[in-house]
Design a protein around this ligand. Structure first.
Ligand code: ATP
Ligand code: MG
Length: 321
């Protein structure tokens, strides 16, 4: 392994949890790490939350591990997703043994379209009374997501949408995803996104992989996060054709930042996704199992009812490896 991994700690607890994940990557592989800055701290110093050197480091790397950015998050993460050409955000939400979850049987992966929908950026103020938003749906982006989905979930997946109301945009999305799935003989089941919001908490075991437009994926995956016991556990991947960026779902956690008690699990699990993305499936599995075993037996950080530090949990994960 000689791949280059860009590392951006960012702000808040990003500075505490990312070093743990880097130690884990270092323990299982031989990566060349390139550290870069982004977020509030560098913005205060230089006026720019995302220096061009950081953008280029990420674009040139084989993969990026990102922590979190504070106030400047939108100025950082949206361009960085673009730097890796990301078209899908992969968000697994899974309850782990030993963690107090509202719905322990939850094990769902969201494949969220990452470039368009209502996050297209096309908003207009037409008068003092009226603002509009243009919802963008392309067949090409929907098909690209679907091509990823059929490989990710050959055993089938749900498509969450609201094509009964947004007939043109979500209709196009649904039809494109369906067409690609049919061409690959992959089974799909449609679910209206509002009905999904009811069915998921009532019967999480009935869902496995869910393909969603951008906003639906954002909201529904956060709903799933609530079912599995907290933000400290959820990893995510922004995947592009030749590059990818991995980050915990949580943000800077300003209420606990600097105390050394942030749970590093979400970021270490993001590193496991990074390993798998680079083709090191066995190492990814090893890391995930090490995290699972520490979650089950402790030590645990305070968010999970324990009294261990970030470093204490990190050392335990490294010990299991
Ligand atoms: P931001 O604007 O950066 O997202 P936030 O105030 O929304 O900041 P989050 O990082 O989203 O904060 O966290 C929400 C809650 O979850 C906070 O109470 C935080 O302490 C907790 N939390 C988030 N990440 C972790 C973690 N890694 N370990 C423990 N608790 C966490
Ligand atoms: Mg937040």
């Amino acid at each position: 392994m000689t791949e280059t991994v860009a590392v951006i700690e960012g702000d808040g607890v990003g500075r505490e949890v990312v070093p743990v994940a880097v130690d884990v990557l270092d323990a299982v592989g031989e990566f060349s790490f390139v550290h870069a800055e982004a977020g509030d701290a560098v913005a205060e110093r230089t006026g720019d939350p995302l220096p061009s050197a950081t953008y280029e480091t990420v674009a040139d790397a084989d993969a990026t591990l990102f922590g979190a950015a504070g106030e400047t998050a939108a100025d950082v993460i949206l361009p960085l997703r673009e730097a890796v050409g990301s078209f899908v955000n992969v968000r697994p939400a899974r309850a782990y043994p030993g963690v107090d979850a509202l719905r322990p049987e939850t094990d769902v992966v969201f494949l969220r379209e990452n470039t368009e929908g209502v996050y297209s950026g096309h908003e207009d103020r037409l008068s003092d009374d009226l603002s509009t938003l243009t919802r963008v749906t392309t067949t090409s982006a929907s098909e690209r997501l679907a091509e990823f989905a059929v490989e990710f979930a050959p055993e089938g997946f749900h498509i969450a949408h609201k094509a009964n109301v947004m007939r043109e945009t979500d209709g196009r999305f649904r039809d494109a995803v369906q067409r690609v799935a049919d061409a690959h003989d992959v089974a799909t089941e449609e679910v209206l996104m509002d009905a999904f919001a009811t069915r998921l908490p009532l019967d999480p075991a009935s869902f496995d992989v869910v393909v969603c437009p951008n906003l639906a994926g954002d909201v529904l995956s956060d709903l799933a996060a609530g079912l599995v016991g907290g933000l400290g556990l959820l990893p995510s991947a922004n995947i592009g054709p030749e590059n990818a960026l991995f980050e915990p779902v949580h943000g800077t956690a300003p209420d606990i930042a600097g105390e050394g008690i942030a749970n590093p699990a979400a970021t270490v699990l993001s590193a496991a996704m990074l390993l798998e993305h680079l083709g090191y499936d066995e190492d990814g599995t090893r890391v995930r199992e090490a995290v699972e075993s520490v979650l089950a037996d402790g030590p645990r950080t305070p968010d999970l009812g324990g009294d261990a530090s970030t470093g204490g949990v990190g050392d335990a994960i490294l010990g299991r490896l």
